[in-house]
Write a protein that binds this ligand. Sequence first.
Ligand SMILES: Nc1ncnc2c1ncn2[C@@H]1O[C@H](COP(=O)(O)OP(=O)(O)OP(=O)(O)O)[C@@H](O)[C@H]1O
Length: 208
Amino acid sequence: MSALHSIDVLLRRGGFERHVRVSSDARVLALVGASGSGKTSLLHAIAGLLRPVRGHIEIAGERLFDAGRRIDVPTHRRRIGYVFQDGRLFPHLDVRGNLLYAARGDASAARAQLDHIVELLALGPLMSRRTVGLSGGEIQRIALGRALLSAPRLLLLDEPLSMLDPDRRDELLPYLQRVRDEHALPMIYVSHAADEVARIAQDVYRLG
Ligand SMILES: Nc1ncnc2c1ncn2[C@@H]1O[C@H](COP(=O)(O)OP(=O)(O)OP(=O)(O)O)[C@@H](O)[C@H]1O
């Protein structure tokens, strides 16, 4: 039986090429490595945005990609929540609209799930705000909530705290820890910050 995260791929992007081999049973895995070592490229490959030259990607028993077996699950069927450095909220929607954008299931299930996420991430006071004027930490909490509401089977986080100043980072970390502890989701967490990695992840893979 494969590990929870079982990845063995050759990645190529322009002149960049890297072989990545990860086998880990940690539910929360951190990816670290120098700038340009391929962390984001690996997340893109997992999300189906970059096709590996060869190899396989299997997470939580789900074969997402396997060149030899001609498996390449389309991005929208991979059920992946993706949180970027900069939140990437939709400017034309208010906070509630952003959260519900990708909500799955029937209306009552979506509402129950929304209530849970709003509580978990303390988003109540923000619900009818426009995205303009939100702080960086608020934006990231909403981005995290939006990703969770898509009912993902895997959460990818690409340096979600790196644009925040140290105080805001410290404020947001406990929310990430709550998500880690209250959702049984596998998570892959890219970061440059060793202290952050130590507080979030259960295993660390270094690229490069
Ligand atoms: N669209 C692209 N076309 C060509 N090369 C690319 C493209 N995107 C990324 N690269 C190259 O691929 C390599 C890996 O980039 P990637 O963004 O995966 O690294 P990273 O480890 O996430 O870096 P950082 O920590 O700076 O975000 C780099 O050398 C980068 O220049």
